[in-house]
Design a protein around this ligand. Sequence first.
Ligand code: 5GP
Ligand code: ZN
Length: 109
Amino acid sequence: MDCVFCRIVQGELPAEKVYEDEAFVAFRDIRPKAPVHVLVVPKAHVARLSDYPDTEDGERALGQLFRTANRVARDVLKLEGYRVQVNVGEAGGQEVFHVHVHVLGGWRR
Ligand code: 5GP
Ligand code: ZN
């Protein structure tokens, strides 16, 4: 398996996890671009956000992903406000091809 986030999900690579449930894990970005920078990652490998199908299953998966990002930002990290970002495809700046939502915050406490 050569997907770095699958390896983190499997526990084969270390990461500073802040949240985990059946379907998602969230961990601190190795090169933070904000005082708080966490990546929310589905355990199931999906390469790009645009790969979620235009079906009810796809809609559910997207909803769960963003619901989890809210939970992590609001309830775990206690951020008053935050930014969420998803880079999609090489042309969109995506470097790791396993879906992840960036949660950025902590500029003001
Ligand atoms: P992308 O550009 O794909 O949206 O963002 C990938 C992010 O993953 C980058 O912010 C990068 O710093 C982070 N990253 C890449 N490899 C690792 C890693 O092995 N561990 C952690 N914690 N973050 C990583
Ligand atoms: Zn993966």
